[in-house]
Write a protein that binds this ligand. Structure first.
Ligand SMILES: Cc1ncc(COP(=O)(O)O)c(C=O)c1O
Length: 404
């Protein structure tokens, strides 16, 4: 059987993710990995889950193990709605929620609904691999808009919008991760969020705002990381979130909060994908979120990652030559570094892997992969503090060797 003759255009567009490939290698014993950027199992709510499932009545267990409605388990939809309006200040009167199988599925459903093959999708450059993979799998042509220290370059965005209007080009949407962006660790300033909201309203530009790290800030308060969706409800902003980083990714729970007409299409599309997200974890997640202890556990989770961020920043300062330019994230999991001229990220990675340290180079995060070789992404989320010291020292020594 020649399978190549059988694959659809969709299948032909699918590409392996470099990070997934690398993860096979980084899970080997002895490797210090700054590559995957997964949450730390040390903060998973293991004992709470045991005590919740242990206390279920037969009726509760049956609900948790049954199929559920496509939009989501109703009490969890209520809980999320309340959290989004109270914690994230998102006006919910004209928005509905659908629970998805991770934020990844939220991005896929949104792509399915908004992209016609050949449409342009604007993405931050660099951007999240999983998002870009969903957009291209659905036929989009990606165009990058650079990320500066205060987030997306909005002058360039406006230029692109004006040009595309003149050229009659269809832009499906702009994809942005305003808080502690993956991979750059950068946070969009409040001023830029306001301007972006106004641009969205003026140009009727659909924005997909992806905010899985928004609760994991290390400084200031929730108000400093206000979602773009919180700035009003007269611009087409689709807000995506996830429980992966605040509870655990094994739950596979995320959501979209958006205009009811958009959510209705998501429900129809989801019916043909998986019918509903896992009832079991929705039921559990709802109990975890409504329990009094959730706020406290969030504080602990923030502190946990902040210690690692501090340790990695201090190690970088000590061991990296000053010509390496690294972001200083105010939350989330990632530090992104620009290497000095002449130092290739790929060659640096090869050298470090020989010494049992792994990270990811910038290529998979870029629309133009050539640009990516000048960058590396260092995730501090899973390594312990001693590993952070050792791994950064080894990486720093390799950079110095390459500079000569
Ligand atoms: C920016 C961003 N969006 C979405 C996701 C997907 O998260 P989930 O586990 O909810 O599918 C990730 C996971 O790494 C991410 O970094």
């Amino acid at each position: 059987m020649n399978w190549n003759d059988r694959f659809s255009n969709h299948a032909e567009r699918l590409r392996a993710s470099k990070i997934r490939e690398l993860m096979k290698f980084t899970s080997q014993p002895g490797i210090i990995s700054f590559a995957g950027g997964m949450p730390d199992p040390a903060v998973f709510p293991e004992s709470e889950i045991q005590s919740i499932t242990g206390s279920w009545s037969r009726q509760e267990a049956a609900t948790a193990m049954q199929y559920g409605p496509t939009p989501g388990y109703p009490p969890l939809l209520n809980t999320l709605g309340e959290l989004l309006s109270s914690r994230r200040a998102i006006p919910m009167q004209n928005r509905e929620i659908i629970i998805t199988t991770g934020a990844q599925q939220a991005l896929f459903l949104a792509s399915r609904i908004l992209i016609n093959p050949g449409d342009t999708v604007l993405v931050e450059e660099p951007s999240f691999i999983g998002g870009m993979a969903s957009f291209t799998a659905n036929g989009a042509v990606l165009e990058g808009v650079p990320v500066r220290d205060d987030g997306l370059d909005l002058d360039i965005l406006e230029q692109k919008l004006t040009q595309s209007m003149h050229a009659g080009q269809r832009i499906s949407f702009l994809y942005t991760i305003p808080n502690f962006q993956n991979p750059s660790g950068i946070t969009m300033s409040l001023k830029n969020r306001e301007r972006l909201y106004a641009i969205s309203r003026e140009y009727q530009l659909v924005i997909i705002e992806d905010d899985p790290y928004g609760d994991l800030y290390f400084t200031g308060s929730q108000n400093d990381y206000k979602p773009i969706a919180a700035l009003g409800d007269d611009a087409p902003v689709i807000y995506c979130g996830s429980l992966s980083k605040v509870l655990c990714p094994g739950f596979r729970l995320g959501w979209i909060a958006a205009d009811p007409r958009f959510i209705e299409k998501c429900i129809l599309s989801k019916q043909s994908v998986d019918a509903c997200s896992p009832s079991f974890t929705q039921y559990l997640a709802n109990e975890l979120l409504v329990k009094k202890g959730f706020n406290l556990s969030l504080v602990r989770t923030r502190e946990h990652y902040q210690v690692k961020r501090d340790r990695m920043t201090a190690a970088i300062q000590k061991h990296f030559p000053s010509v390496v330019n690294c972001s200083r994230p105010e939350g989330g999991f990632f530090i992104f570094c620009r290497l000095p001229n002449g130092v290739s990220g790929g060659k640096l990675l090869a050298k470090c892997i020989e010494k049992n340290v792994a990270f990811v180079t910038g290529e998979p995060f870029m629309v133009d992969p050539e640009e990516g070789d000048r960058f590396i992404r260092l995730a501090y989320s899973t390594a312990d503090v001693e590993q952070i010291d050792t791994g950064i020292e080894i990486t720093g020594a390799a950079i110095k060797e390459m500079i000569g």
